[in-house]
Write a protein that binds this ligand. Structure first.
Ligand code: B12
Length: 164
């Protein structure tokens, strides 16, 4: 009797697809939702300038506050614009970590409307009037600014000087 009751509870729970994992619901899937964390990740960062690579290397990074000469100090940890509920590693934070570790400069303008930086110059190379620094992860341009996109270990992050 006790075993029958236990079996009913287990079957009922499985049939309803209930799990103990908390996090945002994902439509149409029963896969457990892995909560985002700001644990450091190791990514490959490439800065491709108009005349060739300006930086290429692995960098350990996590979401953090960033300071630029033009934009000032702001968060750059994926919570920008409410993209993620908790801090995560991001492309612009990775650029900033590489810049600090390897002693090169970058600058960005802060846009309150996007709660993000627009990356203007890297290693003193500017997009100017006819080009910009495109941000891509694993070969795909990010659909949002560089402080609103979550990086995972092994990602290929690229800032590419791109003519209009
Ligand atoms: C034109 C445009 C650009 C141009 C801007 C320069 C130019 N010569 O006009 C270029 C091609 C450089 C550009 C680049 C990018 N853009 Co853009 N862009 C636009 C667009 C189509 C219109 C902006 C505009 O002219 N507004 C009118 C003027 C009067 O207002 P403004 O505030 O002065 O506009 C400025 C800002 O929008 C700024 N800007 C443009 N893009 C971005 C992106 C970010 C993250 C920030 C902080 C600022 C910014 O440049 C504009 C001109 O100075 C918008 C879509 C839209 N409908 O708003 C997307 C848009 C703003 N861009 C977007 C994105 C994602 C990018 C990139 C991050 C793409 C990438 N993966 O590389 C990059 C920025 C990378 C970096 N260096 O930091 C997203 C931002 C979404 C978000 N929540 O972050 C938008 C909303 C498009 C979308 N996906 O829906 N962009």
């Amino acid at each position: 009797m006790r075993q029958t009751l236990l079996r009913r509870v287990v079957i009922g729970t499985a049939a309803l697809g209930l799990t103990c994992v908390t996090g945002p619901a994902v439509a149409g899937t029963q896969a457990p939702v892995v909560p985002s964390t700001n644990a450091p990740v190791k990514v490959t960062l490439t800065v491709q300038g108009p005349n060739g690579p300006l930086f290429h290397g692995k960098i350990r990074t996590k979401g953090h506050d960033v300071t630029t000469a033009t934009g000032g100090t702001h968060k750059c940890d994926g919570t920008n614009g409410g993209a993620y509920p908790t801090k995560v590693p991001t492309p612009t934070a990775a650029l900033d970590d590489a810049a600090q570790r390897y002693h090169f400069a970058w600058d960005g303008t802060w846009y309150p409307a996007f709660d993000d930086f627009f990356v203007d110059t890297i290693k003193n190379v500017s997009g100017g009037a006819s080009a910009y620094w495109n941000i891509s992860v694993n070969g795909t341009p990010t659909p949002v600014g560089g402080c609103q996109f979550k990086l995972n270990t092994g990602d290929q992050v690229a800032f590419t000087w791109t003519a209009f």
